[in-house]
Write a protein that binds this ligand. Structure first.
Ligand SMILES: Nc1ncnc2c1ncn2[C@@H]1O[C@H](COP(=O)(O)OP(=O)(O)OP(=O)(O)O)[C@@H](O)[C@H]1O
Ligand SMILES: [Mg+2]
Length: 368
């Protein structure tokens, strides 16, 4: 087990600056999840930590030592990839023992480690089988076992569940969470999957074009996204954004005019912004209320999706084509073709300035 610290870590491939000044501190035993759009550098960052790529600039520290120059096998990290590529001609036992044998571990220790790992992952019954005689989930467990048998200080996962079907993903997600509880090892996990990130992470790192956009607990990122990018990335269906103009702002709150919603009073402090500043209002689908249409501020319901436990209502503004989404528990009274007005829950809306930075809640509100 070990902590991991990145200080101003950069990675350049040829002319492309892929990882930019990443500062990150991961505590011993923490479960950290990297998320971000495709190509933002998640896998590259993981490979830098594993030692599969060299760091162009900055320091990587594992367990108190700078390891920039250390080869992968001396870093004490184990990695599980998306394509787990087990050796097809070897049994489960041999797949798990392979890395240990390569590291010239003595026979008894190899056996002990394979057996104890197999027990944790409930693979004992399958040790004699070849990978082709296993289900997807079992193969995934063997891939984890292969990484774990070497007793790494840190386990790295790169989208380990993305090849599995939906129900198996849920099952494996749960197993990984329980595994982390039992082993208490430091885990760094890359995923595209919102639910995996929210449910597994102690801490989520949101990456955007190679830089860290925000680091925080799932709750912090959901409740208080620091930027519009994070606000739009975390949460599904995604947050609604509407253009707004600042009417007046003070330290204890502000008043804005929002396209399609009219004038709204909000708890954000906007004293640093001049009257008329362009802002964006962000509101999650569950924090909108639909009402009978009032005046000019109305939207057309263009589609209603029934998901069993909840209902998504898609709304088209009079001006502009970006659809808004409203979410509520099923059943819903709303039908396609109706006109409605929207009322945001002002306790739960977000405001962003033109640079995408979130306006802070006024002191009185954030203390509450
Ligand atoms: N060996 C390499 N040489 C040149 N460019 C690379 C190399 N490896 C990655 N890149 C580039 O670095 C960027 C980040 O890639 P990376 O694989 O880290 O993204 P990612 O966030 O894991 O994306 P995805 O979600 O699609 O897996 C991409 O633009 C990719 O083309
Ligand atoms: Mg990747």
């Amino acid at each position: 087990m070990a902590s991991v610290t990145l200080e101003k870590v950069n990675k350049v491939f040829g002319r492309d600056h892929i990882i930019k000044d990443v500062d990150l501190s991961i505590g011993d035993g923490e479960f950290v999840v990297f998320v971000g759009p495709s190509g933002c550098g998640k896998s590259t960052l993981l490979r830098l930590i594993a030692g599969l790529e060299s760091i162009s600039d900055g320091d990587l520290n594992i367990g108190g030592t700078v390891v920039n120059e250390l080869p992968p096998r001396e870093r004490g990290v184990g990695m599980v990839f998306q394509s787990y590529a087990l050796y097809p001609h070897m049994t489960v036992y041999d797949n798990m023992a392979f890395g240990l044998k390569l590291a010239k571990t003595n026979k008894e220790t190899v056996h002990e480690r394979v057996m104890s790992t197999a027990k944790i992952l409930q693979l004992e019954e399958l040790l004699h089988r070849k990978p082709k005689a296993l289900s997807g989930g079992q193969r995934q467990r063997v891939a984890m076992g292969r990484a774990m048998a070497r007793e790494p200080r840190i386990l790295l996962f790169d989208e380990p569940l993305s090849n599995l079907d939906a129900s198996l993903r849920v099952q494996m997600r749960n197993e990984i969470a329980r595994l982390h509880n039992r082993l208490g090892s430091t885990m760094i996990y890359v995923t595209h999957d919102q639910v995996e990130a929210m449910t597994l992470a102690d801490k989520i790192v949101v990456l955007n074009r190679g830089h860290v956009e925000q680091v925080g607990s799932p709750h912090e990122l959901y409740q208080r996204p620091a930027t519009k990018f994070v606000a739009g990335f975390i949460g599904s269906p995604t947050m609604n954004f509407l253009p707004a103009k600042l009417l007046n702002g003070a330290t204890d709150g502000c008043r804005v005019n929002v396209a399609g919603l009219g004038d709204v009073t909000l708890p954000q402090a906007a004293d640093g912004y001049s009257q008329g500043s362009s802002l964006t209002l962000g509101v999650r689908p569950e924090h909108l209320r639909l009402e009978a249409p009032q005046g000019d501020n109305c939207f057309d319901i263009v589609n209603v999706e029934y998901l069993g436990n909840e209902v998504y209502v898609y709304l088209e503004p009079k001006e502009g084509k970006t659809l808004l989404i409203h979410r509520s528990e099923a059943p819903s009274q709303w039908k396609e073709g109706q006109q409605v007005s929207l009322v945001p829950d002002t306790e739960h809306v977000h405001l962003f300035d033109e640079s995408g930075a979130a306006l802070m809640l006024s002191d009185a509100r954030s203390a509450a």
